[in-house]
Design a protein around this ligand. Structure first.
Ligand code: T3D
Length: 258
């Protein structure tokens, strides 16, 4: 059997490709557990500065593989806690930026995965469907948390209740993605974007991600305290010295140490 997740690292960018193209990369347990393990491995690999999650073929991820549900020896709750939830938590707590590179349709938990990245890059033909209500399930894998923060409660409810499809142009307007790239250059455009991100100060981005993740759930008071604590960790790091020195010397900073 082919690997359900393909992994390749180039120029500091680790690309993890969901690889069940004949099923639009619908997720089985092997795919979910392997993706989570690969994310952790990339997190621990000093060579990796940015992680990209994308899909093989014409889909990004069609959510749970519906062929795998009946006969399963876990409840829904147990299954989510064993597979999808650790994956989403790993993305959000990874010390490195994670890019959701949405090459095609993202449905159900695949839509959640598309929303979970720190940066979301879409191909022109990508689309997102909160498809859960079509099979009378509740949006999971973080969709109920991500979507209302992006589009507000009412638009989120409508998208979930009607399982309406959102195309790339609408997604850009609604804030579901940061950039849309042409289909035929998508992989190259994503790699170029990721390499640009990989040149940025890794320690500062790690702390920024930590601060933002805490801030979106906390109060202003907590965010101010958190910023003050994390700023010390950033300010004590060599990256900060390099940034200031480069500014004074009127040159570009080099945040990637050989
Ligand atoms: O713990 C738990 O289990 C709960 C967790 C739930 C998380 C979830 O994600 S629930 C939601 C599950 N996903 C879906 O319900 C989506 C089902 N798929 C679709 O609605 C459509 O396929 C799409 C809208 C995603 C794409 O439509 P389209 O027309 O572009 O493609 P297609 O022809 O429907 O699909 C292509 C093939 O992929 C097809 O197989 P075939 O006929 O060529 O042999 C189709 O059956 C297969 N496929 C697509 N999605 C899934 C799938 N096979 C298994 N599971 C899928 N989710």
């Amino acid at each position: 059997q082919d690997n359900v997740i393909l992994s390749r690292t180039r120029a500091g960018v680790c690309t993890l490709t969901l690889n069940r193209p004949d099923r639009l990369n619908a997720a089985n347990d092997d795919l979910l557990l392997t993706l989570t393990a690969e994310l952790k491995r990339a997190g621990a690999d000093a060579e990796v500065r940015v992680v990209v999650i994308t899909g093989a073929g014409r889909g990004f991820c069609a959510g749970q593989d519906l062929g795998d549900v009946s006969g399963r020896d876990m409840t829904f709750t147990e299954h989510l806690n064993a597979t999808y939830n650790p994956l989403i938590r790993t993305i959000r707590t990874l010390d490195k930026p994670v890019i959701s590179a949405v090459n095609g349709v993202a449905a159900g938990a695949g839509a959640s995965l598309a929303l979970a990245g720190d940066i979301r890059l879409w191909a022109q033909s990508a689309r997102l469907i909160e498809v859960f209500s079509n099979i009378a399930l509740v949006p999971d894998s973080g969709s109920t948390w991500f979507l209302p923060r992006l589009v507000g409660y009412n638009r989120a409810f409508e998208l979930m209740a009607l399982a309406e499809q959102v195309g790339a142009d609408a997604a850009l307007k609604m804030g579901l993605c940061e950039h849309v790239f042409a289909d035929d250059t998508f992989a190259d455009d994503v790699q170029a974007y990721a390499e640009r991100l990989a040149q940025r100060p890794a320690n500062a981005l790690k702390l920024t991600k930590q601060a933002l993740n805490a801030a979106v759930t906390g109060t202003l008071d907590e965010a101010l305290d958190q910023e003050a604590a994390l700023q010390q960790l950033a300010g004590d790091h060599w990256e900060h010295q390099e940034g200031v020195t480069a500014f004074k010397e009127k040159r570009a900073p080099n945040f990637v140490r050989a």
